[in-house]
Design a binder for this molecule. Structure first.
Ligand SMILES: [Zn+2]
Length: 185
Protein backbone atom coordinates (compact mmCIF):
# COMPACT_ATOMS: atom_id res chain seq x y z
CA UNK A 1 0.00 0.00 0.00
CA UNK A 2 1.43 3.36 -1.01
CA UNK A 3 0.43 6.57 0.73
CA UNK A 4 1.21 9.88 -0.97
CA UNK A 5 0.59 13.23 0.65
CA UNK A 6 -0.85 15.72 -1.82
CA UNK A 7 -2.92 18.84 -2.15
CA UNK A 8 -6.21 17.00 -1.78
CA UNK A 9 -9.16 17.79 0.47
CA UNK A 10 -9.75 14.29 1.80
CA UNK A 11 -8.28 10.80 1.68
CA UNK A 12 -8.65 9.08 -1.67
CA UNK A 13 -8.24 5.35 -2.08
CA UNK A 14 -7.63 3.95 -5.56
CA UNK A 15 -7.45 0.23 -6.19
CA UNK A 16 -5.73 -0.63 -9.45
CA UNK A 17 -5.98 -3.58 -11.81
CA UNK A 18 -4.66 -6.15 -12.45
CA UNK A 19 -3.89 -7.33 -8.92
CA UNK A 20 -5.66 -4.75 -6.78
CA UNK A 21 -2.73 -2.56 -5.80
CA UNK A 22 -3.85 0.13 -3.34
CA UNK A 23 -2.71 3.73 -3.74
CA UNK A 24 -3.78 6.33 -1.26
CA UNK A 25 -3.68 10.11 -1.59
CA UNK A 26 -3.95 11.99 1.68
CA UNK A 27 -4.02 15.71 2.45
CA UNK A 28 -0.90 17.34 3.93
CA UNK A 29 -2.69 18.22 7.16
CA UNK A 30 -3.10 14.56 8.10
CA UNK A 31 -0.41 12.52 9.79
CA UNK A 32 0.61 9.06 8.56
CA UNK A 33 -0.83 7.33 11.66
CA UNK A 34 -4.15 9.11 11.09
CA UNK A 35 -4.26 7.91 7.50
CA UNK A 36 -3.32 4.39 8.53
CA UNK A 37 -6.05 4.34 11.13
CA UNK A 38 -8.58 5.41 8.55
CA UNK A 39 -7.40 2.70 6.17
CA UNK A 40 -7.61 0.10 8.91
CA UNK A 41 -11.24 1.05 9.42
CA UNK A 42 -11.91 0.61 5.73
CA UNK A 43 -10.02 -2.65 5.45
CA UNK A 44 -13.05 -4.87 4.77
CA UNK A 45 -14.15 -2.61 1.95
CA UNK A 46 -10.62 -2.48 0.49
CA UNK A 47 -10.35 -6.28 0.56
CA UNK A 48 -13.72 -6.69 -1.11
CA UNK A 49 -12.66 -4.34 -3.92
CA UNK A 50 -9.33 -6.09 -4.33
CA UNK A 51 -11.01 -9.46 -4.55
CA UNK A 52 -13.39 -8.17 -7.18
CA UNK A 53 -10.54 -6.79 -9.29
CA UNK A 54 -8.49 -9.94 -8.92
CA UNK A 55 -11.41 -12.16 -9.84
CA UNK A 56 -12.04 -10.12 -12.93
CA UNK A 57 -8.36 -10.31 -13.84
CA UNK A 58 -8.40 -14.11 -13.51
CA UNK A 59 -11.52 -14.39 -15.64
CA UNK A 60 -9.83 -12.30 -18.35
CA UNK A 61 -6.60 -14.27 -18.06
CA UNK A 62 -8.53 -17.45 -18.86
CA UNK A 63 -9.51 -15.88 -22.20
CA UNK A 64 -5.96 -15.31 -23.42
CA UNK A 65 -5.30 -17.51 -26.48
CA UNK A 66 -2.81 -20.31 -25.65
CA UNK A 67 -0.30 -19.10 -28.25
CA UNK A 68 0.03 -15.76 -26.45
CA UNK A 69 0.27 -17.06 -22.89
CA UNK A 70 4.06 -17.47 -22.91
CA UNK A 71 4.67 -13.82 -23.86
CA UNK A 72 5.65 -11.10 -21.43
CA UNK A 73 2.57 -9.14 -20.33
CA UNK A 74 3.45 -5.97 -22.27
CA UNK A 75 4.21 -7.84 -25.47
CA UNK A 76 1.16 -10.00 -25.07
CA UNK A 77 -1.04 -6.98 -24.63
CA UNK A 78 0.40 -5.44 -27.79
CA UNK A 79 -0.62 -8.53 -29.79
CA UNK A 80 -3.98 -8.70 -28.10
CA UNK A 81 -4.76 -5.07 -28.85
CA UNK A 82 -4.00 -5.67 -32.53
CA UNK A 83 -6.21 -8.75 -32.63
CA UNK A 84 -9.04 -7.05 -30.76
CA UNK A 85 -8.88 -3.97 -32.94
CA UNK A 86 -9.08 -6.01 -36.14
CA UNK A 87 -11.97 -8.07 -34.82
CA UNK A 88 -13.93 -5.07 -33.56
CA UNK A 89 -13.33 -2.97 -36.65
CA UNK A 90 -15.09 -5.66 -38.64
CA UNK A 91 -17.75 -6.54 -36.11
CA UNK A 92 -18.93 -3.12 -34.92
CA UNK A 93 -20.29 -1.71 -38.22
CA UNK A 94 -22.19 -4.93 -38.91
CA UNK A 95 -23.96 -4.58 -35.58
CA UNK A 96 -24.18 -0.83 -35.35
CA UNK A 97 -26.18 0.03 -38.46
CA UNK A 98 -29.03 -2.45 -37.92
CA UNK A 99 -29.26 -1.35 -34.28
CA UNK A 100 -29.32 2.33 -35.22
CA UNK A 101 -32.31 1.59 -37.44
CA UNK A 102 -34.04 -0.48 -34.82
CA UNK A 103 -33.52 2.16 -32.12
CA UNK A 104 -34.30 4.97 -34.51
CA UNK A 105 -30.95 6.68 -34.10
CA UNK A 106 -29.94 8.77 -37.06
CA UNK A 107 -26.48 9.85 -36.18
CA UNK A 108 -23.74 8.41 -34.01
CA UNK A 109 -20.00 8.12 -34.30
CA UNK A 110 -17.99 5.44 -32.62
CA UNK A 111 -14.42 4.75 -31.66
CA UNK A 112 -12.37 2.11 -29.93
CA UNK A 113 -10.15 2.79 -26.97
CA UNK A 114 -8.18 0.61 -24.60
CA UNK A 115 -10.03 0.98 -21.30
CA UNK A 116 -9.42 -1.23 -18.33
CA UNK A 117 -12.29 -0.35 -16.06
CA UNK A 118 -15.21 0.26 -18.41
CA UNK A 119 -16.67 -1.57 -21.40
CA UNK A 120 -18.02 1.49 -23.09
CA UNK A 121 -18.87 5.14 -22.69
CA UNK A 122 -21.38 7.42 -24.29
CA UNK A 123 -21.40 11.14 -24.97
CA UNK A 124 -25.02 12.03 -25.79
CA UNK A 125 -24.23 15.65 -26.57
CA UNK A 126 -21.66 14.75 -29.19
CA UNK A 127 -23.62 11.66 -30.26
CA UNK A 128 -20.57 9.54 -29.78
CA UNK A 129 -19.93 6.15 -28.24
CA UNK A 130 -16.61 4.65 -27.31
CA UNK A 131 -16.12 0.92 -26.93
CA UNK A 132 -13.35 -0.75 -25.01
CA UNK A 133 -10.84 -2.67 -27.11
CA UNK A 134 -10.89 -5.38 -24.45
CA UNK A 135 -14.35 -6.39 -25.69
CA UNK A 136 -12.46 -8.10 -28.49
CA UNK A 137 -11.78 -11.07 -26.25
CA UNK A 138 -15.47 -11.83 -25.71
CA UNK A 139 -18.20 -13.32 -27.87
CA UNK A 140 -20.01 -11.03 -30.29
CA UNK A 141 -23.03 -11.26 -27.99
CA UNK A 142 -21.10 -9.29 -25.34
CA UNK A 143 -20.04 -6.66 -27.84
CA UNK A 144 -23.61 -6.34 -29.02
CA UNK A 145 -24.86 -5.88 -25.47
CA UNK A 146 -22.36 -3.08 -24.71
CA UNK A 147 -23.08 -1.43 -28.03
CA UNK A 148 -26.84 -1.42 -27.44
CA UNK A 149 -26.30 -0.32 -23.82
CA UNK A 150 -24.38 2.74 -25.00
CA UNK A 151 -26.84 3.47 -27.82
CA UNK A 152 -29.72 3.41 -25.36
CA UNK A 153 -27.72 5.85 -23.18
CA UNK A 154 -27.90 8.39 -26.02
CA UNK A 155 -31.52 8.91 -24.94
CA UNK A 156 -31.62 7.65 -21.37
CA UNK A 157 -28.62 8.82 -19.41
CA UNK A 158 -28.99 6.67 -16.29
CA UNK A 159 -29.56 3.02 -15.42
CA UNK A 160 -33.07 3.57 -14.05
CA UNK A 161 -36.30 1.65 -14.75
CA UNK A 162 -36.76 3.19 -18.21
CA UNK A 163 -33.28 2.14 -19.21
CA UNK A 164 -33.80 -1.40 -17.93
CA UNK A 165 -37.17 -1.69 -19.68
CA UNK A 166 -35.56 -0.62 -22.94
CA UNK A 167 -32.76 -3.18 -22.51
CA UNK A 168 -35.30 -5.91 -21.65
CA UNK A 169 -37.18 -5.12 -24.82
CA UNK A 170 -34.13 -5.28 -27.09
CA UNK A 171 -31.80 -7.80 -25.43
CA UNK A 172 -33.89 -9.96 -23.09
CA UNK A 173 -30.85 -11.85 -21.69
CA UNK A 174 -28.74 -8.72 -21.08
CA UNK A 175 -28.42 -9.45 -17.35
CA UNK A 176 -26.74 -12.78 -18.03
CA UNK A 177 -24.37 -11.14 -20.51
CA UNK A 178 -23.56 -8.47 -17.95
CA UNK A 179 -22.62 -11.19 -15.47
CA UNK A 180 -20.18 -12.64 -18.02
CA UNK A 181 -18.55 -9.23 -18.40
CA UNK A 182 -18.59 -8.31 -14.71
CA UNK A 183 -18.38 -11.52 -12.68
CA UNK A 184 -19.50 -11.05 -9.09
CA UNK A 185 -17.65 -12.51 -6.14
ZN1 LIG B 1 -24.39 2.45 -18.61
Amino acid sequence: MRITFKRVKCVRIAIHPPIGEVRVSAPYWMSRPQVELMLAEKQDWIHAQQEKILKRHQALEARVPPELRHLQPAERLRFQKLMWRTKLHNAVPELLYPWMQRLNIEQVSWSLRYMRTRWGTCNPRRKKITLSLTLGQFDIECLEYVLVHELVHLRIHNHGPDFKAEMDRHIPNWRAIQRTLNPKI
